[in-house]
Design a protein around this ligand. Structure first.
Ligand code: DX5
Ligand code: ZN
Length: 219
């Protein structure tokens, strides 16, 4: 069953509360919290995303899917863990070496969150194969991280296929989460390739009825 994680990055100013309540009513599976530090990527959403996630935590029991696009991964894990996110995902490219990757995996587990590793479009999927048995999700960026509303990079579909093949051939349980440019046209392609969690921001937030679009993306 495919799950939908709605990115709140592009929620309209002044419409936050209305949007979060409506997304809960529409039964999004997760709220996708895009944390950017202005260093790993150009934009800085750190404070805003912490406030939004804290508010969502207060009004909803739906799980938080925190996507850390930051250089200082350890500090961000420590700071966002107080919100008890269901998933904390960090970027492979923010790690200096394998020891650091393993260190973050263990710290996130100590906080009782599920672990995700995200890879940028130019990162080869083979680079993270060795970590798959120890993590819950691979967040495959299907756009360059840093902003919403971009167009899906079609050669990322092939990357998802290769990852799905490796996971299945090795009897692993790791989820594949696709993130960026997901809409009613691209969703079937990434699902067919093997993604089982879809992140969508713009496609959902522009819709009149969130439940309709979420159900269609999930179908
Ligand atoms: C981009 C973020 C994505 C993005 C998704 O850096 O990681 O989660 O907000 O937004 P859309 O669905 O608009 O591409
Ligand atoms: Zn994201």
């Amino acid at each position: 069953m495919v799950e939908i994680s709605t990115s709140i990055l592009s929620v309209l100013k002044g419409e936050e509360s209305k949007t979060f309540f409506a997304l809960e009513k529409a039964k999004t599976d997760y709220f996708h919290i895009d944390v950017m530090d202005g260093k790993f990527v150009e934009k800085n959403t750190y404070k805003k995303m912490f406030e939004y996630a804290s508010y969502i935590k207060r009004i909803s029991n739906l799980p938080l899917d925190v996507h850390l696009m930051v250089e200082d991964v350890e500090t961000a894990i420590d700071e966002f863990s107080c919100l008890e996110p269901n998933i904390i995902t960090f970027h492979y490219e923010a790690c200096k070496n394998k020891e650091e990757v393993n260190k973050y995996i263990n710290i996130i587990k100590e906080y009782n969150s599920r672990v995700g590793i995200s890879i940028k479009p130019e990162t080869k999927v083979e680079e993270i194969f060795e970590f798959l048995p120890y993590i819950h999700n691979v967040l495959v960026m299907t756009v360059e991280p840093g902003k919403g509303g971009q167009t899906l990079l079609t050669d990322m579909v092939e990357k998802i296929k290769v990852l799905r093949k490796y996971i299945d051939e090795n009897n692993l349980e790791t989820n594949i989460e696709a993130d960026g440019g997901i809409n009613l046209t691209t969703a079937p392609k990434v699902k067919e390739a093997g993604a089982n969690i879809l992140v969508a921001g713009t496609a959902i937030l522009v819709a009149k009825d969130y439940k309709v679009i979420i159900d269609e993306l999930r179908a």
